[in-house]
Structures are given as C-alpha cells and as structure tokens.
Write a protein that binds this ligand. Structure first.
Ligand code: A3P
Length: 322
C-alpha cells in the first residue's frame, strides 16, 4: 500500500511540468494555465540566473519583451511589494532590478535595445513589468516612455503623503547612519525655520505632492492609461488591490488569498508561490519610522490636503487621507 502510494507520488513528480514546443501557441493571456505559475518559478528562475543555454531558450520560445506596464512610482509607496505580488500571476514576469532607463540620461543614450535586453525571458503571451520609482518625478520620463509605447499601462502606488515623506526620510537616514554620518531631524528638513511653513524645497515633501507630478504625465497619456494603487491598503489588505490591478491589466484573476499570508514576525503580508516556495520582502521594506513631532505632522497634512483633493478628482480614486 505504502509502496504504491510512493510510486504515485514519484510518477506525479516525474511528469513533465508542461510540454515544450508551442506550449502557449496562439493562446490568449486568459488561457495561460495555472500550472505556468510553477513553471515560471522553476524554469524561468534558472534562465534568469544565467543557467540556460541558447538552445533551451529557443526550445521554450522565450523572448525578452519590452514592458507592457510600468510601475512608475511612487518611491516608498510600496513599489517593490506591488511588483513582487503581481509577479505571483502566471502571466506576469517582473524585471527584478530597477532599470532606470528613462530617468538616467546615460542609460537612455544606450537605446531601446539595451533596455529590452535588461528584461527577463518570458513567453510571448506573458507581460513584462518593471518598476523604477524615480520615473514618476523625473521631468523627461513621460515623453520618453510615450516615444517607446504611447499605449503602455502605467501603475502608480501611493501612500498617505506625510507617511510616505517620513518613510522616504527614514530610508535616507538609514543610509547616513550606515556611513556613520549624522543627519538632520525630519522636522528640521520638512519645516522652513525662517517661515515656519512647510519646506517645499525638501525632496521628500515635493515627491508627496502627487498631483503636481501626475499633471506632467497627463500631457502625454490620458488618465485611462493610469491605475492608482492604494499603498496603505496594499499593506493591510493586499488581495483586493491586486485584483483591481489584474482587471486594469486585462489579466484573468489568478492571484488568490492562498498566495498571500500574514507573517506576524515581519508585520506584513508575505508571498506564497506554491507549496514549497514562499518569501517575505527584504528587511529594508517596513522600517520603523522615527517619531515625528505631532504638530509637524498636522502641518504637513494640512499642506497636502488641497493637493490630495485634486489628485482624487483627477484620478477618480478617493483615498480619504486625513
Ligand atoms: P516603510 O519601510 O516605510 O514601512 P518601496 O518598495 O516603494 O520602497 O516601498 C516600501 C514600503 O512598502 C515600506 O515602507 C512598506 O510599508 C511597504 N510595504 C507594502 N507591502 C509590504 C509588504 N508586504 N512587505 C514589506 N513592505 C511592504
């Protein structure tokens, strides 16, 4: 009995994950089978590590495709979590590194083929997604992306602006501390000591004025090409946010509660790809923020309020920030 059971298991394990040639043939994204998920993690992972031969790539009909969607920002909004969570979808393949093609003049000068070669291998029916949060705030980027693909889908993940600014500050602070350097307190940077008003020259403040940046993008792309992800909700309740993104990207709903589990030690949701493979984001995601003077927080929230209202109005997504 026991032997038979072992044999069944062994037979199942020995089954090829999927036939090779023409596996996805003329299928649409909607038909990509769930099994592609396991396939993606196993085989594509090897390819990405550089363990694939050219013959394997040819046999599997793998290609390096320009992204069909880009997470353009916002820095500290939860861009990494969003990318990793979308990568749970069998039809999505992520570019693991931030490529900084459109915001970095030196990279941009290398041309679009250079950019494409930075993309991971994928099946033609899969979509590639990259994230580089600097895109959102860099002047030249909308026009450059438009020139590559005027119908590209653009994802923006935002958090309550004051919290985002503090998160931004915390990241810089940690970098300074690592180099044994001292740094100003958040309050000193965020408030102009001469006027006692919010210091709009401080980058962490400027980045949180989402509407100002979005307006620049709207000179090139219609609002329908953007999807706003609520980064605060992605922390507490990721699945509904991901389901909205699946819809926006015209993907069949494949990410489920099974793929996301709350890790009490981390204090965040982590990712479950399958029975053997799961992961949490790196420790640099989810830092403890320094305490900030409540009067400064109130001042900042009051400052951001009218910009937030405009952002809700433009995007049609009301986020009820204080
Ligand atoms: P904090 O470090 O301020 O908590 P980005 O990837 O754009 O740099 O964003 C980092 C933020 O992602 C973190 O900010 C964290 O709150 C948020 N985040 C959202 N979901 C997360 C998850 N599942 N695990 C870790 N961090 C997550």
């Amino acid at each position: 009995m026991c032997r038979i059971f072992r044999m069944i298991i062994r037979t199942q394990r020995l089954q090829p994950i999927c036939p090779i040639e023409g596996r996805f043939g003329a299928r649409s994204q909607a038909e990509i089978p769930l099994r592609a998920l396991q396939f993606k993690r196993g085989l594509l992972h090897e390819f990405r590590k550089g363990n694939a031969t050219k013959e394997q790539i040819r046999l599997h009909n793998l290609v390096q495709q320009l992204p069909k969607a880009i997470i353009i920002g916002v820095r500290k909004g939860g861009t990494r979590a969003l990318l990793e969570m979308l990568n749970l979808h069998p039809a999505v393949v992520k570019a693991s590194q931030e490529i900084h093609f459109f915001d970095n003049d030196e990279n941009y000068a290398k041309g679009i083929e250079w950019y494409r070669k930075k993309m991971p291998f994928s099946y033609p029916q899969q979509i590639t997604i990259e994230k580089s949060p600097a895109y959102f705030i860099t002047e030249e980027v909308p026009e450059r992306i438009y020139k590559m693909n005027s119908s590209i889908k653009l994802l923006i993940i935002v958090r309550e602006p004051t919290t985002r600014a503090i998160s931004d500050y915390t990241q810089v602070l940690e970098g300074k501390e690592r180099k044994n350097k001292t740094y100003y307190k958040f309050e000193k940077l965020a408030i102009d000591s001469n006027t006692c008003e919010v210091n709009t020259k401080y980058k962490a403040v400027r980045t949180s004025i989402y509407t100002k940046h979005l307006e620049r993008w709207l000179k090139y792309f219609p609002i329908e090409q953007f999807h706003i992800v609520d980064g605060d909700r992605l922390i507490t309740e990721p699945l509904p946010e991901l389901q909205l993104v699946e819809k926006f990207l015209n993907l069949p709903p494949r990410i489920s509660q099974y793929n996301l589990y709350f890790n009490a030690t981390r204090g965040f949701y982590c990712l479950r790809f399958n029975i053997v493979f799961n992961k949490c984001l790196a420790g640099s995601k989810g830092r403890i923020h320094p305490e900030v003077d409540p009067s400064v927080i109130t001042k900042l929230r009051k400052f951001f309020h009218p910009f937030n209202q405009k952002f809700y109005q433009i995007t049609g997504r009301t986020l009820n920030w204080p």
